[in-house]
Design a protein around this ligand. Structure first.
Ligand SMILES: [Zn+2]
Length: 319
């Protein structure tokens, strides 16, 4: 089965490579979480966008009719970047066809609308591309895994963590407000607050409010502007606008001036290892984020006996 799938990188107009990668198999080329190819260059059959965070390049790929994203991801991209999404959409859990290839989609629990993609090649090889992951339970087994490594450094203690739900609940009961990035973390915070029984209006800054209203709809409960209700969920840099002193930044970072509560949109290192077991791949490509974390995770998996590479090891380029 060797060589049935080939990771390649696209050379962009400035001579460097485009972000992330493309996968070549049978007569197809699928691009993953990358920017649009310039008109004169090789065009992939599809741009698979896993979610609407900026480091996955939907801002650029959304302008191609070959873009593929979930309904929620497409909408989030439109709100975030003020462009009309030009591609095709699916509901997470449904399949979408690209030519004769059926691409299955799976929730990852990372953001609203985030999706992993899986498909089979003509020879029956199974491929799974994760995007960023909080929950891998819906993932199928695979032969070839393209995985994230946001907390993939086996030697960094900050890559081992647990969400501090007790701390969050305690802060909420004490009337605290929270700093959370407008797309992803803010909706996680609102969902948790509602799950913990909080019924009052939640104050939000403009982008967070629009995104949360549109993406969560009635599940968000009553929302209002900053300081217009009880607790607030605002972008970290707007926390200063929130009245009172009882404020927390929802993050795993340590370099903040506000007290923090650990609440992550990602699997930690142990979670990534459990995901490996769950999907039990024969071969792994660690693709995100670019840099040391991916290389270290690739090295670690290689040491564990799993054939693994990282983006910097891809030697084929297309232009
Ligand atoms: Zn992300």
């Amino acid at each position: 089965m060797d060589g049935w799938i080939e990771p390649v990188r696209r050379i962009n107009s400035r001579g460097g490579h485009a972000p992330h990668l493309s996968l070549r198999f049978d007569s197809h080329l699928f691009s993953i979480d990358t920017s649009r190819s310039p008109k004169a260059c090789v065009q992939p059959d599809a741009y698979l966008i896993t979610h609407a965070h900026s480091d996955h390049y939907g801002k650029s790929a959304m302008l191609s009719p070959r873009a593929i994203a979930s309904v929620e991801t497409a909408r989030a991209l439109e709100i975030r970047y003020n462009h009309k999404y030009q591609g095709r959409t699916f509901r997470v859990g449904e399949s979408i066809m690209v030519d004769e290839v059926e691409i299955k989609t799976h929730p990852t629990g990372h953001t609203i609308g985030s999706a992993a993609y899986s498909w089979e090649t003509e020879t029956g090889g199974r491929v799974l591309v994760t995007g960023d992951v909080k929950d891998y339970q819906a993932f199928p087994r695979t032969d070839y895994l393209v995985s994230e490594a946001n907390y993939g450094d086996p030697y960094d203690p900050s890559c081992i963590f647990q969400d501090d739900l007790a701390g969050f609940s305690e802060a909420l009961e004490s009337g605290a407000s929270f700093g959370a990035y407008a797309f992803g973390k803010a909706q996680r915070a609102v969902a948790l607050m509602r799950a913990m029984g909080y019924r009052d209006e939640i104050g939000m800054d403009e982008k967070s409010l629009i995104l949360t209203r549109e993406l969560m709809q009635s599940a968000a409960g009553p929302l209002t502007e900053v300081n217009g209700g009880g607790s607030n969920v605002v972008s970290p840099w707007n926390l200063y606008q929130v009245h009172g002193k009882n404020k927390y930044f929802l993050t795993g970072r340590r370099d903040t001036s506000y007290p923090t509560i650990q609440l992550s949109d990602h699997l930690d290192f142990r979670g990534l290892m459990k995901m490996m077991e769950h999907v039990s791949p024969k071969e792994v490509l660690v693709y995100h984020p670019e840099g040391e974390r991916a290389s270290l995770l690739a090295h670690y998996l290689q040491e564990c006996g799993l054939e693994t590479m990282s983006l910097d090891m891809i030697e084929k380029f297309v232009r």
